[in-house]
Write a protein that binds this ligand. Structure first.
Ligand code: NAD
Length: 291
């Protein structure tokens, strides 16, 4: 498909993250079926956080739908850092365990970054080990953080040639905003990384051919902040109370008004979220077959 933000369709085309994720999952299922050996994901969870539990249950279903094994290692809520590290170390040493992820939140006394750094680089399918994040800069083969991969895949699905394009990334966390910016730099785009201290955000975002928002601030990106025809990727996942008192999930982008201006936009839910899950599955099969 070829498209150019300077020649926009109107109103914005919706980038269907669910459909694109489904296509990736089918490819993953095919690779798993042809692998000739089990492909598995080992996840570590601690305590009884309801959100993490739900995520783990969904993950189990998603893995089984593509023919992967899913092994959940449940640690007590009061586990200390040494206890979590011991589990990671044990999984690192088992040859049949080729993919490891750690559910958050961890107990308060446990430093997530130290746990993430302990996951063997080749098994770190969430791409949270600093070595994997660092390798993105060098363009070396590595397991890239799933949300960053998902965002770039969604941008590329529009057919835009990123080389020389101006991309503005709102939000610069280590696992989301920064890796997205680096992947866009690798595609030879002109990249501006912004954060909560950035002055003149509107001026910057209005100049963007590609605008990615990963700030976690509902309603941050309004229509006047978007260049006509731009590709807009909404990474934010925010739980808010709607006008009728109902709880709902929204992104960072004022979806309805931005749709009238942008060339392409991702919805929330149904955009980056499902694609992130698909990227975790793809990283898992990559780790098993190529790691
Ligand atoms: P974070 O809190 O670690 O980082 C937020 C970043 O946004 C920081 O760099 C901060 O400086 C910046 N920021 C905050 N307010 C800003 C503002 N007003 N203007 C400009 N920059 C601002 O969050 P995170 O872990 O990077 O996650 C960001 C969002 O992405 C959250 O809503 C999170 O739920 C969502 N998320 C979605 C997925 C997915 O699969 N779709 C995955 C991970 C995170």
């Amino acid at each position: 498909m070829s498209a150019s933000p300077s020649n926009p369709p109107s109103p914005a085309q919706i980038i269907d993250g669910k459909a694109l994720a489904y296509a990736v999952r089918r490819q993953v299922a095919r690779r798993v079926a042809e692998a000739g050996r089990p492909v598995r994901l080992d996840a570590v969870i601690s305590g009884d956080d309801r959100g993490a539990d739900l995520y783990a249950r969904n993950q189990q279903k998603t893995c089984s739908a593509v023919g992967m094994e899913y092994h959940l290692h449940r640690l007590p809520g009061d586990v200390d850092e040494a206890g979590v590290l011991e589990t990671i170390d044990r999984l690192n040493r088992i040859a049949d365990v080729t993919a490891i992820m750690v559910h958050l939140p961890l107990p308060e006394t446990v430093e997530a970054e130290r746990i993430q750094a302990a996951i063997l680089e080749s098994k770190d399918v969430e791409g949270v080990n600093p070595a994997n994040i660092g390798n993105i800069v060098y363009g070396r083969r590595s397991l890239v953080p799933c949300t960053a991969l998902a965002s770039v895949e969604l941008i590329e699905s529009t057919g835009i040639d990123l080389r020389g394009r101006r991309c503005v990334v709102v939000g610069a966390s280590n696992i989301v905003g920064k890796p997205i910016a680096v992947l866009l730099m690798r595609a030879e785009a002109t990249v501006v990384s912004t954060n909560k201290y950035t002055e003149g955000l509107t001026e910057l975002t209005r100049s963007a051919d590609v605008l990615v928002s990963a700030a976690g601030v509902p309603g941050l990106i309004s229509a006047d902040m978007v260049k006509p025809g731009a590709v807009v990727i909404d990474v934010g996942i925010n739980r808010i109370t709607g006008p009728d008192g109902e709880r709902m999930t929204v992104g960072d982008v004022c979806y309805d008004e931005v749709r009238a201006v942008a060339g392409y936009v991702t919805p929330v839910p149904g955009g980056v979220g499902p694609m992130t899950v698909a990227m975790l599955l793809r990283n898992t099969v990559d780790a098993a077959l190529e790691g």
